[in-house]
Design a protein around this ligand. Structure first.
Ligand code: ADP
Ligand code: MG
Length: 321
């Protein structure tokens, strides 16, 4: 991956009057699957009106974290809040949009039937709004097509329309652009920025770095821990590199080398200028990594290997997996 250009200065986020300080919040959030610590004590406090990138290799806990935040999975311990409301909360779901990683649409239903069904669940029955959502994902000519006859990319686009048609305030997008062609991907990101400018908060997960620079802020995640959080520019500076993929691997290696009791952030040229350093440490829980690797060898095991050898993935756009 070539070094990405420095992002343009972004406007201040639009914050809706009366909005809580944090749109998305986690306090000591934890989810275990038997011996696997999928989410291993995450604290986060994300103000509204911004796009947050949740970046980590396969098996790092992104989907599990999103499912906890949306209330679709129950936490082993800790608290998740969206717009100040503890999740799960059925009433709060109307304010939340969630595009799942695997398309949650009904294959036998048509594009239009899927969209109107999911929109109605959240109280959106305005036909013009549904048409606008279909036009946004460029599926207006496929309204009558059964979802099972769509290409993979088209199904992603339909899922996106279903997640956004009710104009949610907080939007979780789990690997939303996988299989989407480059031109439409650009349109998606432009739209995400318009939504954030209007006050929405977006948490977008990805295991590739080429979209990271489009986010206002990034959270690097591995083995259920947030390794580092900050703007793309801050993370580059703190890691001493102009390459975000290398920055990820640097934070992973630093975290693994940091004693559990050490409260300091990672050493780096501007560590004191950035936001708080990494939370949690991989070193504190080697059993967690081993467990995750055992269940998902293509994910965590590869990440651990690459973390100690940042050159291993050079040239790849994908985070070490
Ligand atoms: P990501 O989305 O970053 O790829 P996931 O959240 O899907 O990661 O998975 C994190 C870890 O939790 C992985 O080791 C995965 O195998 C495990 N995991 C996720 N869901 C389950 C489940 N329902 N049962 C058991 N293990 C799970
Ligand atoms: Mg996932």
């Amino acid at each position: 991956m070539t070094a990405a250009p420095e992002p343009a200065v972004r406007p201040e986020p639009a914050v809706r009057p009366g909005a809580p300080a944090a749109a998305i919040e986690a306090v000591a959030l934890r989810k275990d699957f038997g011996p696997i610590h999928a989410v291993d004590g995450i604290d986060m406090c994300l103000p509204p009106g911004r796009i947050y990138g949740l970046l980590g290799p396969n098996g790092s806990g992104k989907t599990t974290l999103i499912r906890l935040l949306t209330g679709l999975a129950s936490a082993t311990s800790g608290t998740a809040r969206v717009l100040g409301v503890a999740m799960p909360s059925r009433a709060n779901l109307a304010r939340i949009g969630y595009m799942t990683q695997s398309d949650g649409i009904y294959p036998e239903l048509s594009v239009w039937e899927n969209l109107s069904f999911f929109a109605a669940l959240y109280g959106q029955t305005d036909r013009a709004q549904l048409v606008a959502a279909l036009e946004f994902v460029e599926l207006e000519t496929r309204a009558g097509t059964p979802a099972q006859d769509l290409s993979g990319g088209m199904r992603r686009r339909l899922s996106m329309a279903c997640a956004l048609a009710h104009h949610p305030s907080v939007i979780f997008l789990d690997e939303p652009t996988v299989g989407v062609d480059p031109a439409l991907r650009v349109q998606f990101w432009d739209h995400f920025h318009r939504l954030a400018a209007d006050g929405a908060t977006l948490l977008v997960s990805s295991h590739v770095m080429d979209e990271a620079d489009r986010c206002d802020e990034l959270l690097f995640i591995r083995d259920g821990h947030v390794l580092a959080q900050g703007t793309p520019a801050e993370l580059r500076t703190r890691a001493g590199t102009d390459n975000l993929e290398t920055a990820f691997l640097t934070f992973a290696a630093m975290t693994a080398a940091t004693p559990p009791a050490d409260p300091a952030g990672p050493p780096g040229p501007a560590a004191s200028d950035g936001p708080p350093g990494p939370v949690g440490t991989g070193a504190a829980d080697p059993a967690g990594s081993a467990g995750a690797a055992a269940a998902d060898p293509a994910g965590s095991a590869g990440a651990a290997t690459s973390a100690v050898d940042p050159t291993a993935e050079s040239g790849s756009e994908e985070i070490a997996r």
